[in-house]
Design a protein around this ligand. Sequence first.
Ligand SMILES: Nc1ncnc2c1ncn2[C@@H]1O[C@H](COP(=O)(O)OP(=O)(O)OP(=O)(O)O)[C@@H](O)[C@H]1O
Length: 337
Amino acid sequence: MALRVSGLSVRYGAVTAVSDVDFEVADGEVLALLGPSGCGKSTLLRAVAGLESPSAGEIRWDGADLARVPVHRRRFGMVFQDGQLFPHRDVAGNVEFGLRMRGADRARRRERVAELLALLGLDGYERRRATELSGGEAQRVALARALAADPALLLLDEPLSALDRTLREQLAVDLARLLAADDATAIVVTHDHDEAFTLADRVAIMTGGRFRQVDTPQRLWQHPADEEVATFLGCTAVLPAEVRGGTATCALGAVPVAAPDGPARLGLRASGVRAEPDAAGAGVVRERVHRHDHVRLTVETPELPEPVEATARTATAPGVGDPVRLDLDPDGIALIG
Ligand SMILES: Nc1ncnc2c1ncn2[C@@H]1O[C@H](COP(=O)(O)OP(=O)(O)OP(=O)(O)O)[C@@H](O)[C@H]1O
């Protein structure tokens, strides 16, 4: 067991930013803190780093209480949204900073810098000036610098959010690979679902200063603990269902589920409701928006009191006013609770 946080609260005057939070991060594990703006993610990360004082609770590392251990003695590395490189040093100088602090000799420093730059796709960048890097390159160097210091725990606060979408998606995959290759123990704060799911072994969903659910990405996706978590994870409708022999039947159809017989609630994401143009279909398209790889529809259907969000294939997408048939896709449907 590496990090254990118990009963942690952090207050700023009358505001309770983090409220009675418990969690553990095992050795070599990556935990993502995912939640909307203002839910307390950064405050929690800063408390673990030692930058905020808890008003209650404990933070332990390998069993030892960190309450009286100052930031620089925790051996935790931090990377923020804007990596903040040393502008007067070149890339190698930035990356080897932590190694130098720890007294690593020149050959060892050179070897580790080259290894990390290669892992991050920056081979040969050693002598580039920090001020001559693109945003994506600079953030990669900031990550390499944090990892070079071989921190016991890596704390990443929105490390990719300053980058554009394509770069962010690419770097999230690279970073996931890097953290695994380095066997790093890390906490990543993000408000981006894809980023959390790409990077983390487990994801903690946080709202209003509290943890709502901590689970693997797959469990979270398939079994959100309650309607609030389901909605946060993209479910746009919740329908009552009846389970019989591993099949849940709701007003729009049936899907296989791993649940005992009896009543259940299904969370429907737009991706779980497929609309096909069908002259005999009971649904009618009310809105249509083009997304990057599909068309998103709002469909009115006699089975439901409210219109439902659905997706259609770009090539055959129906227009507003067209009749459609709705089919359920189990991949986009969650069993709540
Ligand atoms: N230094 C501070 N003084 C007073 N209140 C603060 C301070 N820092 C944060 N807060 C408040 O604490 C709450 C949690 O803030 P925090 O920055 O931890 O949220 P967050 O989830 O990281 O949000 P974001 O994603 O927008 O950065 C918010 O209500 C915020 O206004």
